[in-house]
Design a protein around this ligand. Structure first.
Ligand code: C2O
Ligand code: CU
Ligand code: CU
Length: 512
């Protein structure tokens, strides 16, 4: 473990690898040793605006992430992850080919499209087959996410690399005064933690604890790179942050306490930038922030530890002891200034054009969603009367997926069961509860507003339109259903900790 490798502390075992150098490395800004580190690279950009077409192939790959040791991976049109896809309002003819030997899907997480185009578990693409939805893009600018969603193997396959980023754009960011030069002052950052085995290969090997808490890694990848440095002009820089991790919850901040100016959440722009000291980002969430890099020496983007892996998690006692031994925050991305580049944007915009209509008067009904465990796994502990379903499924240690350890409203996911039906155009008030761990709830085909979190006002990062939000106890949402979904291609609602989703913490609904 060298100083550049981040110790994220995913498990108690990881502590054994924390020497004094590791501790110092994880805590110091390390400006001195930026030399020799790779420059942050952007994913290839595929702009569909001229052609109105998008062709991608899901394929297997190989990447030497560290020390020249190859790891088996997967990606869209490349070895690991996929290109950033830029799209605008209008028709988009898509063709996805599956060149792998196992089924994949391509789910458009954050695109508001009907169930048949959503790419969920019912849109499996068999090995060698194509999927060709003729889509219509019709939504405000946003940063979205695409990834495979073949039920029972989503976690392993996203971990291997079957994910990427979408930029929905209207081409008007200049008018908004926003940085918009791809890879220069407009950076896309896919944050993923991964675990490497003793031989240096990326490993996905689950213990029971990984299943319970979600799989966290000991090494951070940004766009597939280990320990890169972002080299930027001396001005305002836009970061499109995508939490592409299977389970890790990031709490981002700068080492010199400069603010992150939140400009967009999952569904698009806010009405004005909002200065945050810290930005929490759970799996599946996206956030766009502006950072002022004109002042002072360039900072390091950091993250605090994952609350699900900390004292609040199931290993609470042991973690509490470990936390005394070290600060669990870790480096995400150091910045360096390229004096030769001229900054195009040097001041923050005062206002943005996102809108957040008051939905309270439009609410048509209330629905309760509990992110829990079915039956004997924990129903009793939660005291909500869900004892006894006997839905344990197979062995508890299985990493093959499909073992129903988790549920939604006490029932594990079933492909053939529609859990509820919503009227198209409805706005529902959802009361979502996470009785034990914190779970990020994600809804397909709909955006929502967070009305309250744990009995209080929503957190600052929950104020825009959202499709995913971390529920730490009890949250209230107003969900608007504009897209149709039929029985054959229903929408999903699930926990975006992928190990939980694969093991049953998912339900499905139609919109008619
Ligand atoms: Cu990003 Cu149903 O998922
Ligand atoms: Cu989704
Ligand atoms: Cu979960």
């Amino acid at each position: 473990m060298n100083r550049r490798t981040l110790l994220l502390g995913g498990s108690a075992l990881a502590l054994a690898g924390v020497g004094a150098a590791g501790l110092a490395g994880a805590l110091s800004p390390r400006r001195a040793d930026l030399a020799g580190r790779p420059r942050l690279a952007m994913p290839r950009l595929v702009d569909t605006r001229e052609s109105g077409r998008l062709e991608l192939a899901a394929q297997d790959g190989t990447v030497a992430f560290r020390d020249g040791v190859p790891s088996p991976t997967a990606g869209f049109d490349q070895d690991f992850l996929g290109p950033v896809i830029r799209m605008a309002r209008g028709p988009l003819d898509v063709a996805i080919r599956n060149r792998r030997r196992v089924p994949v899907t391509t789910h458009w997480h954050g695109l508001m499209v009907p169930g048949e185009h959503d790419g969920g578990p019912h849109s499996q693409i068999a090995p060698g087959a194509d999927w060709t939805p003729d889509m219509e893009i019709d939504q405000p600018p946003a940063t979205a996410f695409y990834h495979t969603h073949a039920h029972g193997r989503t976690a392993a396959d996203v971990y291997a690399g079957l994910a990427g980023v979408v930029h929905v754009t209207d081409g008007r960011d200049d008018d908004r005064g926003l940085p918009a030069t791809y890879g220069v002052d407009d950076l896309t950052l896919v944050l993923q933690d991964r675990r490497f085995d003793g031989r240096g290969r990326m490993a996905y090997d689950l213990t029971m604890m990984d299943v319970m808490h979600g799989m966290t890694g000991d090494t951070l990848l940004i766009n597939g790179q280990i320990a890169p440095v972002a080299v930027v002009p001396k001005g305002i820089v836009r970061l499109r942050l995508v939490n592409g991790s299977n389970a890790r919850i990031y709490t981002l901040f700068f080492d010199d306490d400069r603010p992150l100016h939140l400009i967009a959440t999952d569904g698009g722009f806010l009405d004005a930038p909002r200065a945050l000291d810290r930005l929490r980002l759970a799996p599946g969430e996206r956030a766009e922030v502006l950072v002022d890099l004109a002042q002072g020496s360039p900072p390091v983007l950091m993250s605090a530890g994952d609350p699900n892996q900390g004292p609040g998690g199931m290993m609470g006692r042991m973690r509490a002891v470990l936390d005394v031994l070290r600060d669990r925050s870790f480096e995400v991305l150091p910045f360096a200034i390229d004096e030769a580049q001229t900054a195009r944007i040097t001041r923050l915009p005062d206002a943005l054009d996102g809108t957040r209509p008051d939905l309270a008067s439009a609410v048509t009904g209330t629905r309760r969603i509990s992110l829990d465990m079915p039956m004997n796994m924990g129903g009793g502990m939660m005291g909500n009367g869900m004892m006894g379903g006997g839905m344990m499924g197979g062995g508890m240690m299985g990493s093959s997926g499909g073992d129903a350890l988790f549920g939604l409203n006490g029932r594990p996911f079933a492909m053939e069961r529609i859990d509820f039906t919503v009227q198209r155009g409805a706005v529902e008030r959802w009361i979502v509860e996470s009785p034990m761990l914190s779970h990020p709830i994600h809804v397909h085909g709909a955006m929502f507003q967070v009305v309250s979190e744990d009995g209080g006002a929503p957190r600052a990062e929950s104020l825009g339109w959202k499709d995913t939000v971390l529920v730490t106890g009890r949250s209230e949402l107003f969900v608007r259903f504009d897209q149709p979904a039929s029985r054959s291609h229903p929408f999903m609602v699930h926990c975006h900790i992928l190990e939980h989703e694969d093991r049953g913490m998912m339900g499905q609904f139609t919109v008619t």
